[in-house]
Design a protein around this ligand. Sequence first.
Ligand SMILES: Cc1ncc(COP(=O)(O)O)c(C=O)c1O
Length: 410
Amino acid sequence: MVWGTIFWLRKTVSSPMFESFPLAPPDSILGLAAAFEKDPRPGKINLTVGVFKDEQGRTPILESVRQAEERIFKTQKTKSYLPIEGAPEFTKSVSRLVLGEDFDFSRVAAAHTPGGTGALRAGADTLARNFPGLRVWLSNPTWANHGSVFQAAGMETLVYTYLNGGKTGLDFDGMIQDLESKGRPRDVVLLHACCHNPTGIDPTLEQWERISSLMAEKKMIPFLDFAYQGFGDGIVEDTKPLHIVLRKNPEVVVCSSFSKNFGLYSERVGALLMIGADGSGTEALMSQVRASIRCNYSNPPRHGEAIVVTILGDNDLSALWRSEVDAMRTRISSMRDSFIRGMSSMGRDFGFLATQKGMFSYTGLNAMQADWLKQERAIYIVGTGRINVAGLSPDTMTTLCMAVDEACKL
Ligand SMILES: Cc1ncc(COP(=O)(O)O)c(C=O)c1O
């Protein structure tokens, strides 16, 4: 008996705990990017991860950001903690950027979050802690991290139809039918405010009107992921869908990311804007947002926030930043057009890409073709056929078009 207990104790103490965890599934896109880094072949092309690249293939620091950093370096006096929801100058200026100057800001509970991901999680946590058993509808397909973020907040995830059979356009009727027939009051509906990731396919403004009416009729909660403001049609133009939703739905959640449009990927700057009906409950709503953040990362990082505040608070820097966003958007759309023309010169019609917006495009290529491009041509695209259009340049265009032409013959 004594020996048995000693044996059991030794076994329990010596058997590994942490090392017995199973392997968690890898992030498919980051895995491809890592494989790209290791690939020794010259002339390799990476069209996987969603970062903007210039014609030289660099992800540059914006000039407006550099100038803001110089000012911050000279004037910043402390690195002490920020309030849980970030500095008031930040939440005020980004609320104006996203919602426009004329919005009734007394309705908005706003917080600086670490990137758009932080905003999604803080928004999801705030809803889930107040409405147990909440369900969220995600487009099929959607950004690979959406499901995990909402599940981590304790929500059940469901999917609504988004793409047509050929994966070349929106199946709007399918989308509406799913939400109309299966959606319930207080279901959360995740919508990409512009530049849908991964497809680049956005609803038209007329379709947004219908989506907005449906949300209001069914009393569902619109939850807009706004990660690419300025990359679709323009910084102000891209807010149109959001305003269409707000006109009929008094309560809306918006998650902004400033990773792409300010190029502040690693500084982790985003914002959660929880908009209430009339402002009477904003204080309580803000207290719930703070409670969600406090037990997660406690308070946000200062540097990226200071950059955004400095740029948006200065007319010259703001004008420079806006011109830099315009230049990034123009470069991306010219690469998309050039790809369509390149494929057309090989007798292949990729014209459906012309209406796609933002950094990504769904090419219609399948997993086998994507794998062939990687193995045979050192061209890395996601297995779903998604390419980061911003990863293209005039120098790589012919190589890519020739390789895609060959892949299409498989
Ligand atoms: C649709 C979408 N939402 C959110 C994010 C997260 O942005 P961030 O890097 O600011 O956390 C991304 C990033 O790629 C995205 O594509």
